[in-house]
Design a protein around this ligand. Structure first.
Ligand code: NAP
Ligand code: MG
Length: 404
């Protein structure tokens, strides 16, 4: 069989631990036998990030800007414990995802991969719900203050022109806690654009929620900016038959629970943090959740939502065969290959991505799955737990048959 051709390289970011092991297996078994793979490879494994003083992460992000599509393996974000585990580290390097996100100015979209055998906890959910989380500002970049005596707090802005604006926050008669939060108009606008663009790309309705009845100025700005940005997408939405819908966060929560799914829910930073954990848990498993970073110019980076699965890696190092679920990482590859195919007008490549995903579903529907999923299937569904390697072999076999 002739291998599927590529014209532009995919930016490939390798990672750490168990997902790095899966990464190589996925390439060997599911991609390289079928695709004449072109990638520009960046090793984002912790040790190489350390060796290059994290320059490799910056280079990978810039390459993503250049080529437009990247696929990323999960990576370790070092903490104090990792500094002890890897004594050669010269610094507690920042989260690669954070670095890439700030260079691409992107928004993260997380969507569950749903299968019939694993039903969502919310029984009326039939289709995936994608959460778009704004990734800048609010409480995550806020300053806090604790005071112990009666007094008054004010909030003052000093413009470069010399103009000053002051408001009284509160006058208190005893000890109090305070917080100063902000967001930037440009960041909110990028977030809005990324959400509208992603809705168009995936042909799904877009919901957006804030609490603008209470935070009239702050959340009011989010609502207004979304409305303004929607103007340039309106015609496209009409053409595709999709809608943009704004509502209050509490109303959104009620509607989400009652819905069938099948839309994108855009959330402010904190709401997205909380709601994405709720939605992913209710859909079943972190191992079945994909994550896409989309920049306002359409640049995309695909990855799995889970981490490097450290516990399994230590078993692997002891020579044990693990049953780590590779689905989200495979979907990162298939998503990136489909996108590359679309951008380059390579229908074979785009179709390959789709077939790879279909084959994953076929294999799971045949009851062949990793341990984490076997524990979640509906009563009566016959499932066998296999190792990651056996699972990938079962997919590869079906993929070869499908492509023949
Ligand atoms: P994790 O790697 O997501 O794993 C947490 C637990 O979830 C695992 O121990 C496992 O449970 C289960 N799990 C996650 N993915 C699975 C899969 N594919 N198949 C089967 N089970 C899976 O989170 P973590 O242990 O908190 O973090 C480990 C490292 O990942 C950290 O160094 C962190 O910095 C990094 N991280 C990276 C990213 C990223 O690059 N995007 C995201 C999050 C975390 P059982 O042990 O019960 O089997
Ligand atoms: Mg969280």
């Amino acid at each position: 069989m002739e291998k599927i051709k590529m014209t532009t390289p995919l930016v490939e970011m390798d990672g750490d631990e168990m997902t790095r092991i899966l990464w190589a297996m996925i390439k060997d078994k599911l991609i390289l036998p079928f695709v004449d793979l072109k990638t520009e490879y960046y090793d984002l494994g912790l040790l190489y990030r350390n060796e290059t003083k994290d320059q490799v992460t910056v280079d990978a992000a810039n390459a993503t800007k250049k080529y437009g599509v990247a696929v990323k393996c999960a990576t370790i974000t070092p903490n104090h414990q990792r500094m002890e585990e890897y004594p050669q580290l010269t610094e507690m390097w920042k989260s690669p995802n954070g670095t890439i996100r700030s260079i691409l100015d992107g928004t993260v979209f997380r969507a569950p991969i749903c299968i019939d055998a694993v039903k969502p906890v919310v029984k009326n959910w039939k289709k995936p719900i994608t959460i778009a989380r704004h990734a800048y500002g609010d409480v995550y970049k806020a300053v806090d203050l604790e005071t112990t005596e009666p007094g008054t707090a004010t909030l003052t802005f000093k413009g470069v022109s010399g103009e000053e604006k002051t408001v009284t926050v509160q006058k208190v008669d005893g000890p109090a806690v305070w917080q100063g939060a902000h967001n930037k108009e440009a960041s909110i606008r990028s977030f809005a654009k990324a959400c509208f663009q992603y809705a168009v790309d995936t042909k799904q309705d877009l919901w957006f929620s804030t609490k603008d009845t209470i935070a009239k100025v702050y959340d009011g700005a989010f609502k207004r900016i979304f409305e303004e940005e929607f103007e340039s997408y309106k015609a496209k939405f009409d053409e595709l038959g999709i809608t943009y819908f704004y509502t209050l966060i509490d109303d959104a929560v009620a509607r989400v629970i009652r819905s069938e799914g099948g839309y994108i829910w855009a959330c402010k930073n904190y709401d997205g943090d909380v709601m994405s954990d709720m939605v992913s848990t209710a859909f079943g498993s972190l191992a079945m959740m994909t994550s896409v970073l989309v920049a306002p110019d359409g640049t995309t980076e695909y990855e799995a939502a889970h981490g490097t699965v450290t516990r399994h890696y230590y078993k692997y190092l002891k020579g044990e065969k693990t049953s780590t679920n590779p689905i989200a990482t495979i979907f990162a590859w298939s998503g990136a290959l489909k996108k590359r195919g679309q951008l380059d007008g390579l229908s074979d490549l785009e179709a390959f991505g789709g077939k790879l995903e279909e084959t994953c579903f076929d294999t799971l529907n045949d009851g062949i799955m990793t341990k984490d999923l076997v524990g979640l299937v509906e009563p009566g569904f016959k499932a066998t737990a296999v190792t990651s390697e056996e699972f990938l072999d079962a997919i590869a076999e079906r993929l070869a048959a499908k492509l023949a």
